[in-house]
Design a binder for this molecule. Structure first.
Ligand SMILES: C[S@@+](CC[C@H](N)C(=O)[O-])C[C@H]1O[C@@H](n2cnc3c(N)ncnc32)[C@H](O)[C@@H]1O
Length: 212
């Protein structure tokens, strides 16, 4: 069944070249730095809501071999698969909504750039947290990047929940009490292909080894 959310994203990805979408980045430099800092190339990595991002390309180039990209838009993943050509076979592509997803395995690292911030409904955030907690191995790392508290109020025409790093930390602590410790926070500006500046923040969480 196709819901409104899926239709929105499929339409976005089918209607424009990925390089023209506001969230496009030619090289996911910060994401790759944070991932490499947290986990070596033997780690399993899931890019949650990865869309048509070039992160899987960069991870393959860096030697990672256990890469999953999940997105509710099949059109987005088709863009990445086409771009990667033969190398696409080395990536596990999953079409799913994170709020309804039942992970079949666990991962060492969860990366989310500009996905959690779309969850403006508390029930959806709770469902995301359940997916995060069941998919991430104890000791694993979750990197969450969202629009900052001084960032745009909308992304892709949809309202977003903006966070300062301390707000995101408080939100995750409220959703998953005592499960994570904070390793790093930061802020950065993303330059859109149209030349606008979007202020982002990120938090690197580590799941406690004592967590379930
Ligand atoms: C702003 S884009 C960011 C894409 C990618 N992370 C990047 O940095 O290029 C947001 C992505 O989240 C996906 N998305 C939105 N809601 C989702 C959900 N509930 N479950 C899975 N993916 C979702 C969209 O299809 C889209 O690809």
């Amino acid at each position: 069944m196709t819901d409104d959310r899926t239709t929105h994203w499929d339409t976005r990805y089918a209607g424009a070249e990925p390089e023209r979408l506001s969230w496009f980045e030619a090289a996911p430099t910060l994401s790759l730095r944070l991932i490499r800092q947290a986990a070596g190339a033997e780690a399993s990595v899931i890019d949650m809501g990865g869309g048509a991002s070039r992160l899987p390309d960069a991870l393959l180039d860096a030697g990672y071999r256990d890469i999953t990209v999940l997105d509710l838009s099949a059109a987005a993943l088709a863009r990445s698969r086409a771009r990667l050509g033969d190398r696409a076979a080395a990536v596990d592509w999953q079409v799913a909504d994170v709020t309804r997803w039942q992970p079949a395995r666990r991962y060492d690292l969860w990366h989310d750039r500009a996905v959690f911030h779309f969850l403006t409904d508390a029930g959806d955030r709770a469902a995301y947290a359940r997916s995060l907690n069941s998919a991430l191995a104890p000791g694993g790392t979750a990197i969450l990047m969202s629009f900052a508290d001084d960032g745009p109020e909308k992304c892709s025409g949809l309202p977003v929940q903006r966070y300062a790093p301390e707000d995101l930390i408080a939100e995750i602590e409220q959703l998953l009490p005592g499960q994570f410790e904070v390793k790093e926070t930061g802020r950065f500006a993303h330059a859109t292909p149209g030349g606008a500046e979007q202020r982002f923040q990120y938090v690197v969480f580590q799941k406690r080894t004592s967590a379930g």
